[in-house]
Every structure is written in structure tokens, then in C-alpha cells.
Design a protein around this ligand. Structure first.
Ligand SMILES: Nc1ncnc2c1ncn2[C@@H]1O[C@H](COP(=O)(O)OP(=O)(O)OP(=O)(O)O)[C@@H](O)[C@H]1O
Ligand SMILES: [Mg+2]
Length: 397
């Protein structure tokens, strides 16, 4: 989202757009295991909302509750202003909810061709229109030439695209998508999610899309609900979550981050890469300073300064960016190992003296409260492998 576009935060309703889905105080347990607690969110007409979070945080459970595949235990679900779920008030079955479902394992009808699978939910249209609409979607998702094929002859990724076309075909007011691109290889995934985004926007459906991939969420979403352990930790536009994260978990979920420790002195923290602002944090308190690798601006020096200086340990080309491992020196012999990500090809030799400047907009300071820190670490679970946190705080304090 660019700065010119309006941004809507969790509590705001976009002007002129009614909520197609509203969830209030949802709580859901499987036996004694509490999967979701106190969740509230809205999806407005034409809006894509992503449920993002590590494995097991409750994303699919929420989607299944909206779809009617789980009986609501506590809270309330409204679809187009009508309560479709209230505990103890009868259960509206999935087929009566007028929502499109594309789940990870959406099975196609094996005895129907690809085209027949997609036209299946379009009985209300005359035959020719039904076919035209189905072909249009199949073409958009790159499956037009398989219209007469049968599901068992398709790859997993092709089947997933047909399932997506089938779910989108009736232009439901609400689409529920659970990891709908997970069986596609990286290149195809980029294309299909782009196509899906355009189809959703053209059709004007609201969509609730589950993913554990932060980049996918940022690509698809108007708003993201980042979840951890059954709760929404932060809800807002991609820009709000990336640029104004509410806690360390949110920062590190969006990618690797350098982490340092420090002490607040007069609203600032001294770090090996310069002073950072710590507004609102009490003097003398210990803090975690989280620095995104792209916040480090690295400048190669022709001549090393006489005293200690920062230098390059290693440089790797990652494609669009280069990753530099830097040994950052500060006063008092303090050193930190930091990762800097710079655009393009920038591969200085090992030992190259450098200076480092900070982009303060990608530096975040949080109280070093051990309870909060432990919570963030534990909640990462499997996501930690993908979004490794680099905690190199050898600053001798
Ligand atoms: N049918 C079930 N019976 C018992 N526990 C379940 C059931 N379904 C899910 N759970 C548990 O509830 C929690 C939330 O599961 P859910 O499937 O909603 O997570 P998720 O965020 O979709 O994870 P993933 O990204 O791995 O798909 C998990 O701890 C899971 O083990
Ligand atoms: Mg899931």
C-alpha cells in the first residue's frame, strides 16, 4: 500500500463498505485444548484480510468456524449483518452460508471434468453463461486448456487452481481461503496469487485468507491479523504491522532481525551502531533494540580509521539484495555481529573497513521484560525456523 492510499486500522470501517463478515469474542476449544480465544475481526466488502501466524496458532480453526465446519462454542459470527452463528441457537450448515471455500485439501469431484467441477455451483445461470464464466476463471488461473480433463490426471498444484476457480465462480460475498497456494512452486505461486488477487478485486468479494507466509500476507492483504497462540496480536494494514509493530514477536515474524540490548539514558539507547531513540521508556531501564537488516546503511571506507573500526566478515549475494555480515565496533571495545541487507550487488572483501548508518524507521525498541521475551520466543514454534532471529548482543554491558 502506498502512502497515498487510505489506511484503515482495526477499529475503523472503510467508508461506504459494509462488513460482510463480523466475528465477535470467538473462543474455541478442542477438548481441553484452547485453540482460539477472544478473537474479533471484520472483513468488509471487497476487502482481503489475511490471518497470519505460526503453525498451530488457530488460523484454520477460525476459518472453519466461519465456514460452519466447526460448531460455534462461544461468541458470534455475522454474515452480511445476519447472525449465522450463536452458541445454542442452531447451526447454519456450510452449504447455506453462501461463502466460497478454497482449503488446502479442497477435493474436486473425481467423476466430473475440470469444467464441470467449476460450473457445479452455478446452477442459477443459463448453460452458456455458466460455461463462459467457468472458462473465464479457468483461463485466468492458467487452467483453460485442461477444461475437459479429469482431476486424477492433474498435478496437486493444478487441482488447487481448479478448486480456486470453483470457489470463485459463484462470486460469493465472502471467500474463505486456507493456504490456497501452498502446493504451487515459487514461480507459479507468484503468478497465481497475483491472478487471484485481481479476480477477488474484480468480483468484489470480501476474502479471509490464511497464510503463514508474511510476504504472501503483505502481497494479498488490505489488512492483516497476526495471530499467536489463539489470539490476535496485532491487526492493521501491512504497513502498520511492518512499520509500527506492537511487540518483538511482530517485528521478528516479518523476517530476520538483529537484536541488541541496551539501557535507556535520557530517552535514548547507545548501541554499537549509534544512538537510537527510546521515547516513553523510563531512564535506566533495560531494553531490546531490534534492527532490521535493511536499516543498516553500510559505507565502505578507503582508509580504516586509526582506532577500532567496523568491518565486513562475509558478503553473500542473495539475488536482489546482498547480505553482509558485519563486525560492528563501538567505544569501550564493544563488538556486535550484525546482518545488513543492501539492494543489488554489493560484495566487499572480508576485512573491508566500513561505517554504518541507521535508518531509524526500521529500528524498534521494547522493554527487556523477561516475561514478554520468553512469550515471544515460545510462540514462534515452527515459524522460528523460517524467520530466524539473530540475537548477537555481545556488547559487554
Ligand atoms: N480437530 C482437532 N482436534 C484437536 N485439536 C485440534 C484440532 N484441530 C486443530 N487442533 C489444535 O488446535 C490448534 C489450532 O489449530 P489450527 O489448525 O487452527 O492451526 P493453524 O494456525 O491453522 O496451523 P497451520 O498453520 O499448521 O495450519 C492446534 O494446536 C491444533 O493442534
Ligand atoms: Mg491451518
Amino acid at each position: 500500500m502506498t502512502s497515498q492510499q487510505p489506511s484503515f486500522t482495526a477499529g475503523q470501517v472503510a467508508p461506504g463498505r459494509a462488513p460482510v463478515l463480523a466475528m465477535h469474542n470467538i473462543r474455541h476449544a478442542y477438548g481441553h485444548h484452547l485453540a482460539v480465544e477472544d478473537v474479533g475481526l471484520e472483513v468488509r466488502q471487497g476487502e482481503v484480510v489475511c490471518l497470519l501466524g505460526p503453525s498451530g496458532c488457530g488460523k484454520t480453526t477460525l476459518l472453519r468456524i466461519v465456514a460452519g465446519l466447526e460448531v460455534l462454542q462461544r461468541g458470534r459470527v455475522d454474515l452480511n449483518g445476519q447472525a449465522i452463528g450463536r452458541p445454542g441457537r442452531g447451526h447454519v450448515p456450510p452449504e447455506k452460508r453462501n461463502v466460497g471455500l478454497a482449503f488446502q485439501d479442497s477435493a474436486l469431484f473425481p467423476h466430473l471434468s475440470v469444467l464441470e467441477n467449476v460450473t457445479f455451483g452455478l446452477e442459477s445461470l443459463p448453460g452458456r453463461q455458466r460455461r463462459r464464466r467457468a472458462m473465464e476463471l479457468l483461463d485466468q488461473l492458467g487452467m483453460g486448456r485442461y477444461a475437459e480433463s479429469y482431476p486424477h490426471t492433474l498435478s496437486g498444484g493444478q487441482q488447487q487452481r481448479v478448486a480456486l476457480a470453483r470457489a470463485l465462480a459463484p462470486a460469493p460475498q465472502l471467500m474463505l481461503l486456507d493456504e490456497p497456494f501452498s502446493s504451487l512452486d515459487a514461480r507459479l505461486r507468484d503468478r497465481i496469487r497475483d491472478d487471484t488477487l485481481h479476480v477477488l478485486k474484480r468480483v468484489g468479494s470480501g476474502a479471509l485468507l490464511v497464510t503463514h507466509d508474511p510476504e504472501e500476507a503483505m502481497f494479498m492483504a488490505d489488512r492483516i491479523a497476526l495471530m499467536r497462540d489463539g489470539h490476535i496480536v496485532q491487526m492493521g494494514t501491512p504497513r502498520e504491522l511492518y512499520c509500527a509493530p506492537v511487540d518483538p514477536f511482530v517485528v521478528s515474524f516479518f523476517g530476520e532481525v538483529n537484536e541488541l540490548e541496551g539501557v535507556v539514558r535520557q530517552g535514548r539507547v547507545d548501541t554499537p551502531v549509534g544512538e537510537v531513540m527510546a521515547p516513553g521508556l523510563p531512564d535506566g531501564s533495560r531494553v531490546r533494540v531490534m534492527i532490521r537488516p535493511e536499516a543498516l546503511r553500510v559505507v565502505a571506507l578507503d582508509e580504516p580509521p586509526a582506532d577500532h573500526h567496523s568491518h565486513v566478515i562475509m558478503a553473500k549475494l542473495l539475488g536482489r539484495t546482498s547480505l553482509l555480515h558485519i563486525c560492528a565496533h563501538a567505544g569501550g571495545g564493544r563488538e556486535s555481529h550484525l546482518h545488513a541487507r543492501v539492494p543489488g550487488v554489493f560484495l566487499p572483501d572480508e576485512g573491508q573497513p566500513v561505517t554504518i548508518r541507521l535508518d531509524p524507521s526500521q529500528v524498534f525498541v521494547f522493554p527487556a521484560d523477561p516475561g514478554a521475551a520468553a512469550g515471544a520466543g515460545a510462540a514462534h514454534g515452527e515459524a522460528e525456523q523460517d524467520h530466524r532471529e539473530y540475537a548477537y548482543g555481545h556488547d559487554g554491558q
